[in-house]
Write a protein that binds this ligand. Structure first.
Ligand code: 5GP
Ligand code: ZN
Length: 138
């Protein structure tokens, strides 16, 4: 498969590896948005997060927790983290091998929050929210 992250897992493309276990690999982003910007990926290819099983995604997030603590404990002056996944191209996913971004945050770094990513909600009216809730749980 012509997947750049599968090639990194196979050792065909180099990376700055920061964590590895049986099912997961974490390495520095080649074009970091912040010092220590790290990606955590499953070793088994899945185009996107929602295509993984609950067990597979559980293993991925166990590694995300470990790597997040590793970054919080080791990066100098770090004060927080933003953790996120772009899922499918309309959400900005450019590499179609699922990956979790861990962005270290530093006081006054000028970055946004998850709430700055999208602002397209049609309504916050409780009746409208109730309809969405019913749709999601029917
Ligand atoms: P996405 O936009 O799909 O959420 O994120 C893909 C990320 O992969 C980008 O932040 C990009 O910099 C990173 N990336 C793309 N190719 C490589 C590569 O060959 N090595 C590393 N370490 N990161 C890569
Ligand atoms: Zn892949």
């Amino acid at each position: 498969m012509d997947c750049i992250f599968c090639k990194i897992i196979a050792g065909e493309i180099p990376c700055f590896k920061v964590y590895e276990d049986e099912k997961t690999l974490a390495f520095l982003d080649v074009a970091p948005c912040a010092d220590g910007h790290t990606m955590v990926i499953p070793k088994k290819h899945a185009d996107a997060f929602v295509e993984m099983t609950p067990e597979e995604s559980g293993a991925l997030f166990e590694a995300v927790n470990k790597v997040s603590n590793q970054i919080m404990n080791k990066m100098e002056s770090i004060t927080g983290l933003t953790i996120g996944m772009n899922t499918y191209p309309s959400a900005g996913q450019t590499v179609m091998h699922t990956h979790v971004h861990i962005f270290p945050r530093y006081e006054g770094d000028g970055g946004g929050t998850t709430h700055s990513i999208v602002d397209s909600a049609k309504s916050a009216d409780p009746e409208y929210l109730k309809k969405i809730c019913e749709l999601l749980t029917e």
